[in-house]
Design a protein around this ligand. Structure first.
Ligand code: PRP
Ligand code: ZN
Ligand code: MG
Length: 210
């Protein structure tokens, strides 16, 4: 039996479950249960916060997981990645209030930026030679400018509707991301065999979609 961690609720959840179903794996999914077992494949599914998934997989609490590259790279765990999945594509972007004057990245010098991705943002600012104050917050980043917490934000943009609803305008794209399958690096021979079967099915599903 192999343990797969996926996002409990959010942008990746539905696509992750669909991928498993398209692999011909059946399971009962109740939105209140945080753990379920497949009925026709040696797989247990754990429903977790996406941010916790790389850590759990690195520690072996889960054997494998589906997570956005944004979270994986932010946590410095790229080495766990085994296969890009092609869904939940998004970008990590810097946004400013709609009416704010903004010409280029130098305008952020000495400004306050709110984000849940301090490492990715810091690397980008360093590369651009800009020094700014980064305030790390774990959610609702998009309201930071309107409550006076920050001059700009750096967060995930997918459709762009969250930015628009909060009166923000995207000005820089920091990182591009999609869902990836990740794996613990010390799987037993038995689990490796199950993982290989799963990866084979995923690749077949993806080929059929192209
Ligand atoms: C991101 C971001 C916004 C939303 C933007 O959250 O923080 O909430 O997606 O999407 P939109 O451009 O389509 O409006 P994410 O799904 O990464 O979830 P989390 O912040 O709860 O982890
Ligand atoms: Zn998250
Ligand atoms: Mg969010």
């Amino acid at each position: 039996m192999i343990r797969l961690a996926i996002q409990k609720s959010g942008r990746l959840s539905e696509d992750s479950l669909n991928l498993i179903r398209e692999c011909g794996i059946s399971f009962i999914n109740s939105s209140l249960k945080l753990k379920t077992e497949a009925t026709n494949f040696p797989l247990e599914i754990l429903f977790l916060r996406d941010d916790d998934i790389p850590g759990y997989v690195a520690d072996g609490v889960a054997d494998i997981g589906i997570v956005g590259e944004n979270v994986l790279v932010e946590e410095g765990k790229q080495q766990l990645s085994i296969q890009k999945l092609g869904f939940s594509k998004c970008r990590l972007s810097i946004a400013v209030p709609k009416a704010a004057e903004y010409r280029n990245i130098q305008d952020l010098q000495d400004k306050n930026l709110a984000t849940s991705y301090p490492n990715l943002l810091q690397a980008y600012l360093d590369e651009q030679g800009v020094k700014a104050h980064i305030h790390t917050i774990s959610g609702s980043v998009e309201i930071a400018p309107s409550i006076g917490l920050a001059d700009a934000i750096c967060d995930i943009v997918s459709s762009g509707s969250t930015l628009i609803s909060n009166g923000l305008r995207e000005v820089e794209s920091v990182f591009r991301s999609e869902a990836v399958l990740i794996s613990n690096q010390e799987l037993s021979a038995e689990k490796t065999r199950i993982l290989n079967q799963l990866v084979f099915r995923i690749q077949s599903v993806r080929k059929a979609q192209k």
